[in-house]
Ligand binder design. Structure first.
Ligand SMILES: Nc1ncnc2c1ncn2[C@@H]1O[C@H](COP(=O)(O)OP(=O)(O)OP(=O)(O)O)[C@@H](O)[C@H]1O
Length: 277
C-alpha cells in the first residue's frame, strides 16, 4: 500500500496533512501521537469511512480513493476495522457476533446452522478458539469482559478474511492483562495470516513491545517513521511534548504469555451445544 500526500480538512482544521508512507511487507505498524494528532482520521481514510480531501492511496496499482459502490464495500471488508468500543451486538451471543463479520448484517438469528451453515459456524468457532474465547461462544456478548469482547471483535474481523487489519485504539479501555492479550492476538495475525496490522496506540510501551514500525504523528503530520528502537527520549519529547511521562506510564503491556495454538478439542462443548439446540 502506498499513501501519498493524504490530507483531510475539516473546515479550517487540517486533521491529516500531506501524510505519505508505504507498507510493502506484512508488518505491525503502531501509530502514536497526542490526542488530536490525526491518527483516527488517517485510519478512517484508509478504510474509506472518511473521505480524503486530497492525496492518494494505492494498493497493487489500484486507486483506493476512487473506489465506489460494491468495490468500495469490498475494500472496506478487505481492511477490517477494530474499534476501541468493540462495536458488538450486546444481546447476541458471541459466535453470532463473529458470524456477522462474514454476512454483514443478519438481524434475526433463529438457527445458526440454517442461516450460516455448519462450515461457517465451524470457522467462527475456530476463530474464537484462536483468540482463546471459544468457551464463551454461546454467551451473550454483553456478559463478557472488555478484553474478551475485543477478542470477539478481532475474531469477527478475521471472518471477513481481511487483507489488512486496522485497529483504532484497540486497548484504550482495557486493563493491562486484557490489553496484553489483545495485542498478542493482533501480532499473531501478522505472524500467522501474514497480514499488515495498523494500530493506533496511546501508549508508547505498547508500540515498543509489539510493533515492527512506529509512525509518530503530530498536528496531522508524520514526524517519525522508523523501528521502535529509534524512539529515543528526544524523539518522544518532540511528538508528545509535556505529555511524555503520561504516555509512557499509563498502561504496561509488557507481560509475555505464550501464543495459543488452536485446539479442536476446546471447540467440542460449543459445537455440541449448537448441535443440541
Ligand atoms: N468529524 C469531524 N469533524 C470535525 N473535526 C474533526 C472530525 N474528526 C476529527 N476532527 C478533528 O481532526 C483532528 C484530528 O482528530 P483525530 O480524531 O483524527 O485525532 P486522534 O489523533 O485520533 O486523536 P485521539 O487520540 O484523541 O483519538 C482533531 O482536531 C479533531 O478535532
Amino acid at each position: 500500500m502506498k499513501i501519498t500526500h493524504l490530507t483531510k480538512q475539516f473546515g479550517t482544521v487540517t486533521a491529516v496533512n500531506k501524510v505519505s508512507f508505504a507498507i510493502d511487507t506484512p508488518q505491525m505498524v503502531g501509530i502514536i501521537g497526542p490526542s488530536g494528532a490525526g491518527k483516527s482520521t488517517l485510519l478512517r481514510m484508509i478504510n474509506r469511512l472518511t473521505d480524503a480531501s486530497g492525496g492518494s492511496i494505492e494498493m497493487n496499482g489500484r486507486d483506493i480513493l476512487a473506489l465506489k459502490g460494491k468495490e468500495k464495500r469490498k475494500w472496506q471488508r478487505d481492511c477490517a476495522m477494530v474499534f476501541q468500543q468493540f462495536n458488538l451486538v450486546p444481546r447476541l451471543d458471541v459466535v453470532t457476533n463473529v458470524l456477522l463479520g462474514r454476512l454483514n448484517g443478519y438481524s434475526t438469528v433463529k438457527s445458526l446452522f440454517s442461516i450460516f451453515g455448519k462450515e461457517m459456524v465451524d470457522e467462527a468457532l475456530t476463530a474464537l478458539d484462536r483468540l482463546g474465547i471459544a468457551g464463551q461462544a454461546l454467551q451473550r456478548a454483553e456478559t463478557l469482559s472488555g478484553g474478551q469482547q475485543q477478542r470477539v471483535a478481532i475474531a469477527r474481523a478475521l471472518m471477513q478474511t481481511p487483507k489488512m487489519v486496522l485497529a483504532d485504539e484497540p486497548i484504550a479501555s482495557l486493563d493491562p492483562l486484557s490489553a496484553e492479550k489483545v495485542m498478542t492476538a493482533l501480532r499473531e495475525i501478522r505472524d500467522r495470516d501474514q497480514l499488515t496490522v495498523i494500530c493506533n496506540l496511546h501508549t508508547l510501551d505498547t508500540a515498543r513491545t509489539y510493533c515492527d514500525r512506529v509512525i509518530g504523528m503530530l498536528q496531522g503530520k508524520i514526524v517519525f517513521d522508523d523501528v521502535p528502537a529509534k524512539l529515543t527520549p528526544a524523539v518522544v519529547k518532540d511528538i508528545y511534548g509535556a505529555d511524555t511521562e503520561l504516555n509512557e506510564s499509563v498502561t504496561s503491556t509488557s507481560m509475555v504469555t505464550p501464543v495459543r495454538k488452536p485446539s479442536p478439542r476446546s471447540l467440542a462443548p460449543a459445537m455440541a451445544a449448537l448441535t443440541a439446540g
